[in-house]
Design a protein around this ligand. Sequence first.
Ligand code: HAX
Length: 425
Amino acid sequence: MSMLKEKLAKQFPQLKAEIGAFVKEHGDKEVSKVTLAQAYGGLRGVKGLVCDTSEVPPDKGLIIRGIELKHITEKLPEEILWLLLTGELPNEAELKDLQKDLRAREDVPQYVWNVLDSMPADSHPMAMFNTAILVMQKESKYAKRYSEGMKKDDYWDPTYEDALDIIAKLPAIGAYVYRKRFNKGPRIESDKTADWAKNYVHMLGLPDPNGEFSLMMRLYLTLHCDHEGGNVSAYTAATVSSALSDLYYSLSAGLNGLAGPLHGLANQECLGWVLDTMKKFGGSPTEEQLEKFAQETLESGKVVPGYGHAVLRITDPRYDAFLAFGKKYMPNDPVFQTVERVFNVVPKVLSQVQKIKDPWPNVDAGSGGLLYHYGLTEFSYYTVLFSISRALGICSQGVVARAMGYPITRPKSLPTAAFKKLVGA
Ligand code: HAX
C-alpha cells in the first residue's frame, strides 16, 4: 500500500467518528440564514456546504488545510495533493512514494487518443479534455467495486484509486489536447524522471531551455488546485459525486462548469482583453489609455475579465504570486508590463461602479501574461491548465466526502409564488 493511502486509512475512520459526534451534539444549531435576495442570488454567502480541504476567507484568500497560500507557493503540486488529502505536508520519503505511485499510473489507454483524434478539429480544448476524462469512466475502480457490492466504509478506497489514476494521467491528456488541437506535431512520450509539472511542460513540447517555464508551471498547478467547496466546479463535482457517481463522471461534470466564462474561462478571456488593448494602442498602453478601454468595456455591457470575485474582497493572493513571479523572471516583457499596468488602473475604474462588490484582480488576471511569455500563446487552451490543477482539489474533496460518508445533496427549491407567500408579498 502506498504511504499516502496508508496514512488516510488510519486518519479517515477517526475523522468520521469525530464529525459524527460533532454533528450529533450540535446538529440542531443554526449556522446560517437565507434571505430572499440570496435565494435569487446564487446562494451567495449561505453557509450550507462542508469542505475540509481548503477555505477562502474574503479578506485572506485561499487557505489550504490551515496554511495560507503565500507560505506554500514554492511547493510541488504533488506536495499540495498530499496536503489537501491529509492536512499535512509530506516528508521527503512520502513525496517520493507519491511521485512513484503517480508515475506507475500515468499510462493513458489508446482509445483516449483515438477519441481525441476523432473529435472535430475546431473543438474547444476544454470539450476535448473533459471528453477524454469521461470516456475513461469504464476504468473506474469505484464503479466496478460498487457493482460487485461493497461496504459503505470502503467507498473511499476505490475513490482514492480513481483519484490517483486520473491525476496521474491528466498531464499527458492535457498535453496531447494541446498538440492535437493546435497542430503541434505528434504526441510526446512522458519523461519518467521528471516531476508532475515538469513532465507536463516536456509533453507540451514547448521550449524550456533554462527550466523557468517548468518553475512557472509548478506555480500555476499549485495555485489553481482548490478554492473551497462553493465555486461552480467544486460544487457541481460534489453534487454529482453525492449521487455516488464515480470521479470520472463527477470531475468531468465539475470541469464543464469551469469552462464557463464567469469561472475558469476567464483565464483565456483575460489575456485576450490585455492583448486587445495592446493591439488597439499599438504596444503596451498608457494608464490613461487603459482606463478608457476599461470604461468602454463596461459601457458595452461586458465584464472586465480577471477582476471581481464572488467571495474575495482583496487582491487574490494567487494573483500576487503570479505578479511576483513575473517581476522576477520577465520584468521587461511588454505583455507582462501591460498586465501590471492594468492592475494599477482597473480596480480604480471598477470601484466607481457601485454594484461591483470586489474591484480587485482574481487568479485569472495574471497567469495569461506569464504563459504567453513562455510561448503558450493559444489562450483558448488556458482553462485546460486550470483544470489539471483544479483536479487535485476536486478529486481530494471527492475522496474525503466518500470517507466521511456524506449523503446525497438535496437542497430545497420553491416556486416564486411560494416565496411570495413565505415573505407575505
Ligand atoms: N467587470 C464588470 N462588471 C462586473 C465585474 C467585472 N469584473 N465584476 C462584477 N461585475 C458586475 C456583475 O456582473 C454584476 O452585475 P449585474 O448585477 O448587472 O449582473 C454586479 O457587478 C455585481 O456582481 P458581484 O456581486 O460583484 O459579483 P458576483 O459574485 O455576481 O460575480 C464574478 C463574481 C467573478 C462572476 C464577477 O466578478 C465577474 O464576472 N468577473 C469577471 C469574470 C472573471 O474574472 N471571472 C473569474 C472569477 C474567478 C474564477 O472563478 N476563476 O475561475
